[in-house]
Design a protein around this ligand. Structure first.
Ligand code: KIV
Ligand code: ZN
Length: 497
């Protein structure tokens, strides 16, 4: 029997800190459900005190998932901890992740403090979090550059204060694999009570060694790996979930394994890449487009004779569908359902029917429907909107003001309005405002193409401010004016009940 490796996924917290990759709450719930299906043990859902959006996402993810522990990040600040506990109120299994920087860089320059004061604050935040939840994880930020002797004192003290998991982050991605393993071994040998807690690794990839450091730390005795899908994260990113999982699955002699259902890895990677609009580099290990593509004649010949001559992983093991099909207008509902399943998305009958209708409309306009399109169609079915777009007609051109006529269905009642604007999107939004009659301001508006080509689907992200709060809206459509109106309506649905 293998030793259990706990997978702590921080795609929705550390991963989501990548500029331009923010998700709205609906999208985060989608990712959280996928992570649950994948079999991760802990989902770090956000940093609740940082924004109302993050707070709300932690609340909604707590309601949406059943098996994984939902974790919320805080600083060593009492108000952060109170807010995190509040955000986690609906979680079936909850954890507060609190901590403070322990390297001399952090102590001197970030906190202008002393080692003794920081030790007291570390004890204080864990003790305070214990008043709200049983499961408290402590992080020693920049542990990678923290003096081992001092780190051991801090870790021993927080274990005494009740920490259940101690996280040893290499925040700056500085460590060498041998150095990081030695640090974990040092703690195991010098910290009283370390056998009562789980040690976690949290390695950044600044020198391209995040996976190597994580694997070394686990082999040295840590049993929780903090990771993100596709290794996304600020700067050079975090440790990639799929690389860690498949390293231990491939090296059975290490006797360590996670609970992850590897056949979902490829679908998970595509979903995160598509929702965050962050392409995966083609040569990325495990999930890159070329990860299993053999182009040299010698390799192709070897693989055909015996796959194992050049492949250490069977692509099917990680959910790569070698017979990947492109859907067209002639594809049936079963083909769409199968493709969604391969991509890690399961829809109930009603939503599958809606997705299929939308698929046929899209297939009429676009010859080939690829995986990103399919994921986009599935995503659109997840919103149970009270306000729906019935129709939109826009006249626009050069030298004239644009005019939009719009029809909305609000809880079964029909409303119509027309308005002009300085462009088609402006006109459509003005017409919607006439019907909704609230003071709303579009604060952010981003249009992105999913693939290439003029027949492509455009994705629209929008932030709408209402009564001082930001609400996120999203839609995708081959018609970018329609996508913009839909994204605006998506945001409105979050505050008009
Ligand atoms: O990199 C880091 O140190 C972190 C902590 C907040 C856990 O993300
Ligand atoms: Zn981090």
């Amino acid at each position: 029997m293998s030793d259990r490796l706990y997978i702590f996924d921080t795609t929705l917290r550390d991963g989501e800190q990548v500029p331009g990759c923010q998700l709205n709450t609906v999208e985060k719930i989608e990712v959280a459900k996928m992570l649950e299906e994948l079999g991760v043990d802990v989902i770090e859902a956000g940093f609740p005190v940082s924004s109302p959006g993050d707070f709300n996402s932690v609340v909604e993810i707590s309601k949406a998932v059943t098996w994984p522990t939902v974790c919320a990040l805080t600083r060593a600040v009492e108000n952060d901890i109170r807010v995190a506990a509040d955000a986690l109120q609906y979680a079936r299994h909850k954890r507060i992740h609190t901590g403070i920087g322990t390297s001399d860089y952090h102590i001197r320059y970030k906190f202008n403090s002393t080692r003794e004061e920081i030790l007291e604050r570390a004890i204080g935040c864990v003790s305070y979090a214990k008043k709200f939840v049983e499961d408290v994880q402590f992080y020693a930020e920049d542990a990678g550059r923290t003096d081992n002797e001092y780190l051991a004192r801090v870790i021993e003290a927080v274990i005494r204060a009740g920490a259940t998991v101690v996280n040893i982050p290499d925040t700056t991605g500085y460590c060498l694999p041998s150095e990081f393993a030695a640090k974990i071994r040092y703690l195991m040998e010098h910290v009283d009570g370390i056998d009562r807690v789980t040690i976690a690794t949290h390695c950044h990839n600044d020198l391209g060694m995040a996976t190597a450091n994580t694997v070394s730390g686990i082999v040295a005795g840590a049993r929780q790996a903090e990771v993100t899908i596709n290794g996304i994260g600020e700067r050079a990113g975090n440790t990639s979930l799929e690389e860690v999982v498949m390293t231990f699955r491939s090296h059975k002699e290490l006797g360590i394994d996670s609970n992850v259902n590897a056949t979902r890895l490829s679908g998970a990677s595509r979903m995160v890449s598509s929702l965050m609009n962050m392409p995966v580099q083609p040569n990325k290990a495990i999930v890159g487009r070329n990860a299993f593509a053999h182009s040299s004649g010698i390799h192709q010949d070897g693989v055909l004779k015996n796959r194992e001559s050049y492949e250490i992983i069977d692509p099917k093991e990680v959910g790569v569908d070698e017979n990947s099909i492109v859907l067209t207008a002639r594809s049936g509902r079963a083909a769409l359902k199968h493709r969604l399943h391969v991509l890690g998305v399961e829809l109930d009958k009603e939503n599958l029917d809606k997705a299929y209708e939308a698929f046929l409309r899209l297939a009429d306009r676009k010859k080939e429907i690829n995986d990103d399109d399919v994921l986009m169609l599935a995503g659109k079915q997840n919103a149970n909107h009270r306000i729906k777009l019935e129709y939109l007609q826009v006249t626009s051109g050069v030298g004239i003001r644009s005019v939009a006529s719009i029809g909305l269905d609000i809880a079964g009642e029909k409303f119509e309005a027309a308005a002009s604007g300085n462009g088609p999107v402006d006109a459509a939004i003005s017409a919607i405002k006439i019907i909704i009659r609230r003071t709303m301001l579009v604060k952010e508006f981003l249009i992105q193409a999913i693939n290439k080509g003029s027949n492509d689907v455009g994705k629209v992200h929008m932030t709408v401010e209402y009564e001082g709060q930001p609400y996120y809206g999203f839609s995708a459509n081959t018609d970018i004016v329609a996508a913009s109106a839909e994204a605006f309506i998506d945001a409105i649905n979050k505050f008009v009940h």
